[in-house]
Design a protein around this ligand. Sequence first.
Ligand SMILES: Nc1nc2c(ncn2[C@@H]2O[C@H](COP(=O)(O)OP(=O)(O)O)[C@@H](O)[C@H]2O)c(=O)[nH]1
Ligand SMILES: [Mg+2]
Length: 280
Amino acid sequence: MNLFKRILDTFRDKPEIDWDDFEATLIRADLGLPMALATTEQARKLGTKDLETIATHCRDFLASHLPVDPPLLRPATPPPHVILVVGVNGTGKTTSTAKLAAWLKTRGRSVTLAAADTFRAAAIEQLEVWAGRIDVPMVKGAYKADPSSVCHDAFHTARANGSDYLLCDTAGRLHNRHNLMAELAKVRRTMAKLNPDAPHDTYLVIDATTGSNALQQAREFHKATPLTGLIATKLDGSGKGGIVVAIQNELDLSTRFIGSGEKITDFAPFNRERFVADIL
Ligand SMILES: Nc1nc2c(ncn2[C@@H]2O[C@H](COP(=O)(O)OP(=O)(O)O)[C@@H](O)[C@H]2O)c(=O)[nH]1
Ligand SMILES: [Mg+2]
């Protein structure tokens, strides 16, 4: 159920709107404290009890704080355009990497994948299964191999086979955040030696259902490694899109793609109008 449908249901039969309650509902919807406060203030200023009017106004207000629709992804020259996919475990990195590869492929772009999450053997196999299904080449290293050497090899493979894009699925283990960030920095340095513009993009994957955890992850990654965008996953049916607004507002980090299910096609570029209609 989307956010404002929920709010309308909560306040429908009440004679007065309890604005503290209204604000709490927005905070629970992961909009973040500053946005929840600002939105409540906007609603209160309207001086009406008409819920439809309030909902429409709030929705428009939030929409104006959403990222603008991203420009279409264009492959860099010389190829490959390198995209690092980063984030903590379980957010949907591997799935999103495969989805993005399939999305690019249906648009006539050629893609090579790098299985740079060498920390778990299962992670390599998982990407390999996807690569087979969508029929794109994948480069892998041995289990526990250095991720930057996998990305290095994959870059050469992508260049040799003329791929427009190289998508690198990275590890996201949590137990040692410092090592993870150092590993990402090494991958970046390795790529920059191959092409000073690479990586051209670094997308942070967040699980939209995890609310303030996702915001915290965005803060940490944003500090540690330059991000160019966000992939927000698990937006299927949860109505939990508030985090996209909160991250945009606090970090000025735009959502580029949306994951809305486990199927390879449950993936689309961020579209403000659709987001407002479906989620808010
Ligand atoms: N419902 C739903 N599940 C997703 C979505 N994206 C990924 N998943 C599931 O989340 C789980 C973890 O995904 P995975 O790609 O392995 O995460 P990683 O650890 O970050 O690489 C898997 O079961 C995926 O099928 C999504 O958009 N919606
Ligand atoms: Mg993975």
